[in-house]
Design a protein around this ligand. Structure first.
Ligand SMILES: Cc1ncc(COP(=O)(O)O)c(C=O)c1O
Length: 466
């Protein structure tokens, strides 16, 4: 144990510590002295990325994280949707330890090992649709999207991929050309070179066409054929339509239930493939294995990562087997399907089955929505509560009629929440997402909502509905 780890946790400054309910423990202001020192060194040595809150983790269990100053937080971010089975699930930890002792790496693309085949079999079995599937393993979400774009291009020999404005698909150049949830993600990168083109997304709460569902007749899908195909986007130039089943980073937007059926009807006659980006919405997050299953269609490919490995970096492209490359060497990588990551993933599936996590996502998701709707009835500034399963967000507005984004208020609520022991992340321009691990219990949701309630009240006092 290091000297730093042996040091006693500093006594809290009582005047600065916020009172917190039940499981949350706040011993110091956030960050505490040890946390503050790490944040300072991090700022000096790590490049600027997307840091949100000075929560400096030491350990985690389930939906709980303890920081380096002994503060205990409710983690409703689950490492941005990575920890479906929660922090350090014992089954996953044991499987990782066992595999690390046996075989860590052997380049699964160049050689063979059983654990990789077993994981591919499992993924092929649960992928939506009846057609046989094949799997390509990656190391991240963005790499899964790259693999999908490449496979679509290779099969169709077409240059473009079609995405939805406001979506997130990753930050490597091909995926970045589809990513469009914030200008900061694209500015200065020449994000246009990857071949991504976009149409407005089915964002009913703030419809880009100012229409109302269902009288709109899902115009946001129909306009593709009516306008775009006949003007700026010849369909024979488009290899694939790449879309999140629930738009994640862009605001937890759930499309109308017939949207993807309509899109497939438009795309199929032109030979345009459908890629469902399940990196955030997949692996049980919405209460089904894959978000697209909520819409009654089977895509040609799904991309996954995040919760697939319970914290170890692993992703996958699962595609209709007939799209597979016809010769070796077209696509490959070094680490994809790494043995330890595969062990972690197989253990993840074991936990999902044994602890009925899909059912829990639905059950606890319903409870969370019910509790957040109670807050919506209490606070005018919550314009919308939306989501599927345990992929839920509240959208803050300056005015419920105009639905103008209350971005400043949203940012302040996040700060008030972590200072009270609840870790949250924003999404879109004015929403806060709730993505706890799928092992979350009702009492933990109740505690989170209680803290959220206090945080909104404090934020309103501090910045108003701005
Ligand atoms: C839908 C979606 N696709 C792709 C990605 C990129 O994943 P990664 O950050 O692992 O590259 C993300 C990350 O948040 C995502 O939410």
């Amino acid at each position: 144990m290091s000297t730093a780890a042996k040091r006693a946790v500093p006594e809290p400054d009582a005047s600065k510590v916020t009172k917190a309910p039940r499981g949350v423990v706040l011993r110091t202001p956030i960050p505490g002295p040890r946390g503050k020192a790490i944040v300072e060194r991090d700022t000096q040595f790590l490049m600027t990325s997307t840091k949100t809150a000075p929560v400096v983790a030491q350990s985690g269990k389930g939906v709980w994280v303890t920081d380096v100053d002994g503060n205990r937080f409710l983690d409703f971010t689950s490492g941005v949707g990575v920890l479906g089975t929660g922090h350090c699930h014992p089954t996953v930890v044991e499987a990782v330890q066992k595999q690390a002792q046996e075989l860590m790496h052997f380049a699964g693309t160049d050689f063979y090992y059983d654990i990789q085949v077993r994981l591919a079999e499992r993924l092929a079995k649960i992928a939506p649709g009846k057609a046989p599937k094949k799997v390509f393993f990656t190391n991240s979400g963005t790499e899964s999207v790259e693999a999908a774009v490449k496979l679509a291009r290779w099969n169709t020999q077409r240059p473009l991929t079609l995405g939805l404005i406001g979506s997130f698909h990753g930050r490597s150049m091909g995926a970045l050309s589809l990513t469009s949830s914030k200008p900061a993600q694209r500015r200065r990168f020449n994000a246009y070179t990857g071949g991504g083109v976009h149409i407005p997304a089915p964002t009913c709460y703030r419809c880009p066409y100012k229409l109302e569902y269902p009288s709109c007749d899902v115009y946001c899908a129909k306009i593709l054929e009516e306008l775009y195909f006949n003007t700026v986007l010849p369909p024979e130039d488009i290899a694939a339509f790449v879309a999140e089943p629930v738009i994640g980073e862009g605001g937890y937007v759930v499309p109308p239930k017939e949207y993807f059926q309509l899109m497939q009807k438009i795309l199929k006659p032109h030979g345009i493939l459908h890629v469902s980006d399940e990196v955030q919405a997949g692996m049980g997050r919405t209460g089904k294995w894959w978000g697209i299953e909520n819409f009654g269609v089977a895509p040609d490919m799904i991309t996954t990562a995040k919760a697939l490995g319970s914290g170890l970096p692993i992703g996958a492209l699962v595609a209709d087997a007939k799209l597979d490359y016809s010769y070796q060497g077209a696509h490959s990588n070094t680490y994809g399907g790494n043995a330890v990551a595969c062990a972690s993933s197989l253990a993840t599936f074991e936990v999902f089955d044994r602890e009925h996590l899909l059912e829990n996502a639905t059950e606890q998701g319903n409870h969370l929505v019910k509790r957040l709707k109670e807050l919506q009835a209490k606070y005018e500034c919550i314009g919308d509560v939306r989501g599927l399963g345990l992929m839920v967000a509240t959208d803050f507005v300056k005015d419920r009629k105009t639905r103008e984004h209350a971005s400043k208020l949203r940012d302040r609520v996040e700060v008030e929440a972590y200072q009270r022991g609840l870790v949250l992340l924003g999404c879109g321009r004015s929403a806060i997402r709730f993505i706890p691990a799928l092992v979350v219990k009702e009492a933990e949701i109740d505690e989170a909502v209680e803290i959220y309630d206090q945080s909104i009240a404090a934020a309103l006092k501090s910045v108003g509905a701005s």
